[in-house]
Design a protein around this ligand. Structure first.
Ligand code: SF4
Length: 332
């Protein structure tokens, strides 16, 4: 259970039901009024050392931008939704990259407007659209604070068309199990070898919990995807990913294995990550390896192409061995 250290809020949230609810839920917590959730000067000035501490705060505001971005992977649009950032601290999180010190959890209380836009866009379209609502945060985690995922599924189920999807690294799925989702929600659980989760994905659910969550969600009728992501090539990467894929094949139920699909994404890292992680987590392992990685655009690093190809071939072999009948949507 996340207990915020302080709440930074825009006054306007008090005009919304959810805003009032959250202020009441956290009535004992210190409150600081802010002008704009995008620009909290006090936070911007903090040093990288304070990164994990900053994540103990909760920012509550009203989302002003509602622009959908076209996407061509597992969804048609990336949609800004009810939260941004996260209380966890995965060392490679791309939200860190985009927002630097603003990777803390921000909640947006104008959920009616956001869902309404999704429903209208979906109904106007000739084709069945899928909306990615979790590209900026983790909605299973957010749901433990706002109940927004339950609210979303309940309010989306009666639409004529369209699907929602989101990825997660958390296992607190029980509140959404009993919902009548009408098969309109695709949940993609992200996994990594246990050693990587323990050393790199601070504050997320452990592998065992994530596998159990997948089995429960499938039993509850949700369509399931598994993201093996991000693939991190530590020294013993072959052994780690072999063990992971084998374990998935042993612990996932037959029902899941029947039609689960996979996405595999290699890690990209950046100069910003290196700076923050060195100062915020001085005892953690280093994810940047100059022998293995090469620079890409905008200060980002990726694995060198030879190594990347070798790893892709290896992962495809393992997937063929343990999940011969399942689709790998893409490896990037
Ligand atoms: S759980 Fe997702 S959003 Fe949260 S820190 Fe990790 S990668 Fe970022």
């Amino acid at each position: 259970m996340f207990n915020p250290k302080a709440i930074y809020y825009e006054k306007e949230i008090l005009n919304y039901e959810l805003g009032k609810e959250l202020m009441d839920k956290y009535k004992e917590v210190a409150k600081i009024e802010i002008e704009n959730h995008n620009n909290i000067e006090e936070m911007r000035k903090k040093s990288n050392k304070e990164f994990a501490n900053m994540k103990r705060n909760l920012i509550i505001g009203v989302r002003k931008t509602h622009k959908f971005v076209e996407n061509h992977k597992t969804s048609d649009y990336l949609v800004p939704y009810t939260s941004s950032g996260c209380t966890a601290a995965c060392m490679y999180c791309y939200l860190v990259c985009n927002y630097n010190k603003c990777a803390y959890l921000r909640l947006f209380v104008n959920r009616e407007k956001m869902l309404d836009k999704i429903i209208k866009t979906s109904e106007k379209s000739d084709k069945e659209l899928t909306f990615e609502i979790g590209s900026n945060s983790d909605l299973i985690l957010e749901n433990t604070i706002t109940n927004n995922l339950v609210w979303t599924i309940e309010n989306f189920k009666n639409t004529n068309k369209g699907k929602l999807t989101f990825p997660t690294k958390f296992d607190m799925v029980d509140p959404i199990l009993p919902l009548d989702h009408q098969g309109k929600v695709i949940i993609r659980v992200s996994v990594n070898p246990e050693e990587i989760i323990n050393k790199v994905e601070f504050g997320t659910s452990r592998l065992k919990g994530r596998i159990e969550a997948i089995n429960k969600l499938k039993e509850a009728g949700y369509k399931i995807g598994i993201l093996i992501a991000p693939v991190i090539l530590l020294e013993n990467w072959k052994e780690l990913y072999h063990k992971l894929i084998k374990r998935l094949s042993e612990e996932l139920t037959e029902k899941v294995k029947k039609d689960v699909f996979f996405e595999i994404i290699f890690m990209t890292y950046s100069f910003v990550h290196t700076k923050i992680n060195e100062e915020a987590f001085p005892n953690a392992i280093s994810l940047y390896d100059k022998e293995m990685m090469t620079g890409r655009e905008k200060g980002k690093y990726g694995y060198k192409s030879e190594l990347r190809s070798e790893a892709e071939i290896y992962l495809r072999e393992q997937m063929n061995k343990y999940f011969p009948n399942n689709i790998i949507e893409y490896i990037v």
